[in-house]
Design a protein around this ligand. Structure first.
Ligand code: GTP
Length: 451
């Protein structure tokens, strides 16, 4: 029996990322823009993980969209795949809304007015499922809606659906670069990280610094000119590629990992360390793929090796940071055209691949052959996704916390938060608790490092 997953998108980044993911899910399952499938092209897959069927047998995404302004959801509705989504699962304030002004507190406070409507959507979607396994929240940490409203949604899922897995797809802003995307992004990120630490069962952590770097590297190999002003939306394809590959075993079933919790059990030996870093190779921009100057030769051993290198990580990690870190667990899925016996031979010895594991846990390094969608063709024979549970996450959090402290210690830009009732009378306990918790988590990761 499939174990179903409901996606929830909050804010601009969350909705743009999630609609990109859904379009690609449709392509992988041979679902047309009107939700129908060509009976000639039926294959053995589990569409039911992410879709259910309407009375007229069309496939409908188990997807909920939330925003405090209308622009992004309206664009999704007007897109090629727009008619696919259930309009009852889209929330925008009646007035159209003006967003959350890049303020976590604004997103959280406005969200409180609407949370009952969101819970109704979650209940209805849950009833459409036979055996719901997980909620998957897409959001960014830097703005106000995905972070603040997203935080409130996480707290409510934990309270109302305590037995379901809460998985997030969380996008951190570019840190450490001049000209932050949002000046108060460290505040919003740290306040949201507190919920990701306390409420989520698993967090897939991406950041825009890594995504922009991947985009630049990918286009450098093509004839398409590289815009200096990379629209961040164009990087959503990379996150989708990693998510499609990571969920491939549960959508195109094989011998192992038939549900999402079996993957998490492998990756997360104790709940305290539930943040995961995705890696992927080779990244592809479909329209630019046609103009690739050369197509790289992909072999199993090369793909496996790339999946444990810093430059293929989707969270900005330096090679030095990776070298000083220790893994708790690593999982690599290979997809593509490969002979199973050859695969077995090639993975022999690749499990360790020179990786350093923390000695606080039993070493866990798995390599699995996952099935490819029969409907999607690319020039690469093979692709792979990696998931790392690693102490390097503590290093990335340290960067976020340092940026937070730089602002908070000077009380910079804090007034826009203090005018909200939740932080009135100079009550900044939430800020202090969040930073203390983050510091505690950073220290815990540090303790796991091999000295
Ligand atoms: P408000 O605008 O305050 O209502 O909140 P929001 O949650 O809608 O904001 P948004 O999601 O735009 O958050 C801003 C952060 O998200 C910045 O770091 C942006 O660079 C990033 N961002 C926005 N759209 C995308 C996207 O499509 N993909 C990626 N990767 N990042 C995005």
């Amino acid at each position: 029996m499939p174990r179903e997953i409901i996606t929830i998108a909050a804010g601009q980044c969350g909705n743009q990322q999630s609609s990109n993911f859904w379009e690609r899910l449709c392509l992988e399952h041979g679902i047309a823009t009107d939700g129908t499938i060509d009976p000639e092209k039926e294959c053995y897959d589990r569409k039911d993980v992410f879709f259910y069927q309407s009375d007229d047998a069309r496939y409908i995404p188990r997807s909920i969209m939330l925003d405090l302004e209308s622009k992004v959801i309206q664009r999704t509705v007007a897109s090629e795949f727009g008619a696919l989504y259930n309009p009852e699962n889209m929330f925008i304030p009646e007035s159209g809304g003006a967003g959350a002004a890049n303020n976590w507190g604004e997103g959280y406070t406005q969200g409180e007015k609407y949370i009952d409507q969101v819970l109704d959507m979650l209940d209805r979607e849950t009833e459409n499922s036979d055996s719901l396994e997980a909620f998957m929240l897409f959001h960014s940490l830097a703005g106000g809606t995905g972070s603040g409203f997203g935080s409130l949604v996480m707290e409510n899922i934990r309270e109302h659906f305590p037995k379901k897995i809460l998985q997030t797809v969380s996008v951190l802003p570019s840190s450490g670069e001049s000209g932050s995307e949002v000046v108060v992004q460290p505040y919003n990120s740290v306040l949201t990280l507190k919920r990701l630490i306390q409420q989520a069962d698993s967090v897939l952590l991406f950041d825009n610094k890594a995504l922009k770097r991947i985009k630049a590297n990918t286009l450098a190999g093509t004839r398409r000119s590289l815009n200096t002003e990379i629209d961040i939306r164009e990087t959503n394809i990379f996150v989708s590629q990693a998510l499609l590959a990571a969920t491939a075993p549960i959508r195109f079933p094989g011998y192992v990992y038939n549900n999402w919790s079996s993957i998490l059990t492998e990756m997360i030996p104790v709940p305290d360390y539930h943040m995961l870093v995705p890696t992927y190779t080779p990244f592809i921009v479909p329209d630019a793929e046609k103009s690739l100057r050369f197509v790289r030769k992909t072999t199993v051993s090369e793909v496996l090796h790339r999946l444990v290198q810093a430059k293929h990580s989707m969270l900005a990690v330096t090679a030095n940071q990776l070298q000083d870190s220790s893994f708790i667990s690593v999982l690599r899925f290979i997809r593509g055209d490969v002979d199973i016996n050859d695969f077995k031979k090639q993975i022999f010895g690749a499990q360790r691949d020179g990786l350093r594991f923390s000695n606080s846990f039993t070493e866990s390094s798995q390599i699995i052959l996952a099935k490819q969608s029969p409907f999607v063709e690319t020039k690469s024979k093979l692709s792979g996704v990696g998931l790392w549970n690693s102490t390097v996450i503590g290093d990335c959090m340290k960067d976020v916390l340092n940026e937070f402290n730089l602002l908070f210690n000077k009380a910079a830009f804090i007034n826009s938060y203090k005018r909200l009732p939740m932080f009135a009378d100079n009550d900044l306990a939430e800020f202090n608790e969040s930073r203390e918790l983050l510091q505690y988590v950073i220290d815990s990761y540090n303790d796991l490092k091999l000295k």
